[in-house]
Design a protein around this ligand. Sequence first.
Ligand code: AMP
Ligand code: MG
Length: 488
Amino acid sequence: MPFNLRGDDVCQPTPPTPLPNPYWVAFSPSVARLIDVELGVDGLPKDPAWLDVLAGNQLNAGEHTFLNPISTVYSGHQFGSWAGQLGDGRAILLGDINHLELQLKGAGRTHYSRMGDGRAVLRSSIREFLCSEAMHALGIPTSRALAIVGSKQGVRRETMETAAVCSRVAPSFIRVGHFEHFASLQNIVRLQELADLLIAEFYPECRAKKDPYLNLFKEISARNAKLVAQWQSVGFCHGVMNSDNISALGLTIDYGPFGFLDHFEIDHICNHSDHGGRYAYHRQPQIMHWNMACLASAMLPLLELDHSAEDSQNLLRSTLEEFPVIYVTEWQQIFRSKLGLQSKGDGDTGLIEHLLQAMNDSRVDFTNFFRSLSDVKKNSKPTEIFLRNEFVDRENIDQWFADYINRLQSETSSDEARKGLMDQVNPKYILRNHLAQVAIEKAQQDDFTEVERLHQILMNPFDEQEAFEHYSKPPPVDMHRIAVSCSS
Ligand code: AMP
Ligand code: MG
């Protein structure tokens, strides 16, 4: 949708900085179709001007002209501390097509770049592109990625790397940090405009309710509670859940040092710079709740338009308390379906937790365990299930399988029907770090075929793809611990 707030306290006109001699690194035809980019037989835009548009070199292609590229201001809490003003330091909003915003990430300095160069490197652009599309294919709300355009232009990080621009598409990139920004300035007019914009376009049901702003908060919080339950269910670790990276639409945004779990390790930290483990896998739900508390306090002045200060606080506080309930309900539902259970049983939470503890103790591959679980039959014998070999404590896992089979027997569905459903929720292919790393290293040698292949595989994560069986395997031992830092 159009980000229709204007004024230099909200955004700044920001023409992209040209990128010399750009070339395609990756392209997503399915995203192109969403924004009416006409494609040729090679799957790339028919109009070659798109390459220059997505590189930041020109502002029109075909009937699309982007007259007002902007960058927006936001603030936020980083690693739990107030960081003050941030803003789109390297993201430029070109404009919108079909109610979707098109952003260029890495297209040069903006008014909010602070000490940064406004650029993104090829490595991080490939990771963002692949993960956005992989998450979408997993059915998890996310910003999408249209393309990566590369260039030989050098960019200094820990070493010299080359620049790339990743073009991103989402209905809106409004974040918790946008609310926090105007709240920190006590700018209630802007806060209200922001909330009204979200309600008008994305939360129309809130308008009809008695307390539109309280309901807006409730809905944003509910969406993010469900989102984080989905993350947990595929072993996705975001890595930098700062409030400026949390979407007001409940989308996964701002892919940085993210990671998918290979073996299950409940306190896994994917971000090398996260020394305290604030954003470890098992803390994500709690951290999302914390971010929703930031949003609640930023929205407080909106409730005070209609209520006393005390009532406003109480209303927001009790709505915030719904977060863990929504999260747990969603988490139970998703994990039940990962186990192939259709009915609700009293002991289900215990069953799931027992399994996760055993997986953690034996460092069992998260994705492959669930994928293979659909081969267990109602009449299987625990000691004959080959998955037990993944566990060190056999007695314990035999007991778990016995309880699981017992539970399966209480369901009416057949083994085949259950397998069919389970294979639609337990992916075979995820963006494992080592796979991304191989694609990146080839791309750094100007070979983009591996990026393309991974993209194709990850677009169908639930399908058996025999030719690509090896892409479902855990990392080789020497690639187990690939550290990913914030420097992107
Ligand atoms: P992130 O944690 O990547 O979402 O970034 C935090 C803040 O730093 C945001 O305001 C970004 O726009 C900004 N930022 C990150 N990298 C750069 C860069 N290379 N140049 C300018 N700003 C950046
Ligand atoms: Mg960010």
